[in-house]
Design a protein around this ligand. Structure first.
Ligand SMILES: Cc1cc2nc3c(=O)[nH]c(=O)nc-3n(C[C@H](O)[C@H](O)[C@H](O)COP(=O)(O)OP(=O)(O)OC[C@H]3O[C@@H](n4cnc5c(N)ncnc54)[C@H](O)[C@@H]3O)c2cc1C
Ligand code: FES
Length: 352
């Protein structure tokens, strides 16, 4: 994995609890696709922490790479950066990664539907700009959910895109706590709302659209259920999830499994010539436990999105919180992601 030193050019407040970090053009070649993310590596109170952030800038359109961060209550990194970061500072970042991206083709003529909530808008903003700029015959519909109108990130930028591109760009906001004078959609963007929103676009051939979905707290699951009901094929659905409550996800992911007498599993990780052996409580992921024990394993997003932590399970069983980050073929061959992998047998061997 390549590590960049990104120098902060500017910090822009987007809403009362979100801010954009604009970086200087990196000295080394910095290639990315709309929708991909970088992972920041920070030292906070003596400990290393890593957090991923989607690039809100678009390659070939925006001169400087940027990310937009929403402040999470008691969140370590989102608050630390807001309080401490200033122009001129340098941040370490793992190279852009992720399979949730859009590659424009100038001759394409397609309808891209973007579904997002909260901070999940950042990769969708990048994708919208790329489609509109580089695919002159394609159009974009965006559904964006927030609590209040003042929480809407990029509200003015979306208005500008609508003015610039006319009928090629449509944005529909939905608010869960609308002010009295709000005349738009209301309520959470859940399964039934998504169906209603898609059916409200005219004209739309919804089985032919490409869907890009990003947001916290189960948005991707709700959207997938809605698109399944509409008969949209899997190949047309692209999704990224972040911002789950990790404790809830982990608790739901523990499966009944045979363990050692102490309720844990013995995990052996073979990383080239290095061998790491440690015990893992099935309530925790293998990577989480390794980090706590100061065992140096490869990782980036910690959310099953980038495959930096992938290994082949050659003995025993690993239960993954979701299988979105691996192909069916990789799963069949026994590959697992340690960042979302919980032990599901007493003895486990993983080869990186
Ligand atoms: C691929 C990827 C791309 C991402 N892109 C972005 C982005 O563009 N912008 C952005 O703001 N964030 C993004 N995130 C989320 C980001 O990586 C951090 O998780 C987020 O900033 C919170 O980090 P923190 O250290 O402030 O909070 P932590 O200290 O990690 O978390 C504090 C508590 O809040 C919970 N939590 C964390 N995030 C959320 C959330 N969103 N909603 C509710 N509870 C939460 C945690 O489970 C924990 O209980 C992305 C994540 C991934 C995996
Ligand atoms: S660290 Fe990204 S998939 Fe595991």
């Amino acid at each position: 994995m390549k590590i960049f030193n990104l120098v902060v050019k500017q910090i822009v407040n987007e809403t009362k609890d979100s801010y954009t970090i604009v970086f200087e053009t990196p000295k080394e070649q910095f290639n990315y696709k709309s929708g991909q993310f970088i992972t920041l590596i920070l030292k906070i109170n003596g400990s290393e922490v890593r957090r991923s952030y989607s690039l809100s800038s678009s390659p070939g359109i925006d001169n400087y790479p940027s990310v937009c961060i929403k402040i999470i209550s008691k969140g370590v990194v989102s608050n630390y950066l807001k309080s401490n970061l200033k122009p001129g500072d340098s941040l370490q970042a793992i190279e852009p990664m992720g399979n949730f991206f859009f590659d424009p083709k100038s001759s394409a003529q397609q309808h891209i539907v973007l579904i997002g909530a909260g901070s999940g808008i950042t990769p969708l903003f990048s994708i919208a700009k790329s489609v509109l700029q580089f695919e002159p015959n394609s159009k974009v519909s965006l559904f964006y959910g927030n609590r209040l109108k003042e929480d809407i990130i990029y509200f003015n930028q979306f208005e500008d895109l609508a003015k610039k591109y006319g009928s090629r760009f449509q944005v529909v906001h939905s608010l869960t706590k609308p002010e009295n004078n709000w005349t738009g959609f209301t309520g959470r963007i859940n399964e039934s709302a998504i169906i209603k929103l898609i059916e409200s676009i005219s004209p739309i051939k919804f089985k032919e659209c490409q869907y890009y979905i990003c947001g916290p707290n189960g948005l991707a699951e709700e959207a997938t259920k809605a698109l399944d009901l509409l008969g949209v094929g899997k190949a047309n659905i692209h999704k990224e999830s972040y911002g789950h409550d990790k404790n809830e996800v982990a608790a739901a992911s523990v499966v009944a499994a045979s363990t050692l007498a102490n309720g844990k599993s013995r995990v052996k990780i073979i990383d080239g010539k290095k061998i790491h052996e440690f015990e893992v409580d099935p309530k925790h992921t293998i990577l989480e436990t390794a980090i706590k024990l100061d065992i140096n394993l490869p990782y980036s997003c910690q959310a099953g999105m980038c495959t930096a932590c992938m290994g082949k399970c050659t003995t025993g069983k690993v239960h993954m919180e979701n299988a979105d980050g691996l192909t069916d073929n990789e799963i069949k061959q026994g590959y697992v992601l340690t960042c979302i992998g919980h032990p599901a047998s007493a003895e486990i061997v993983i080869e990186l």
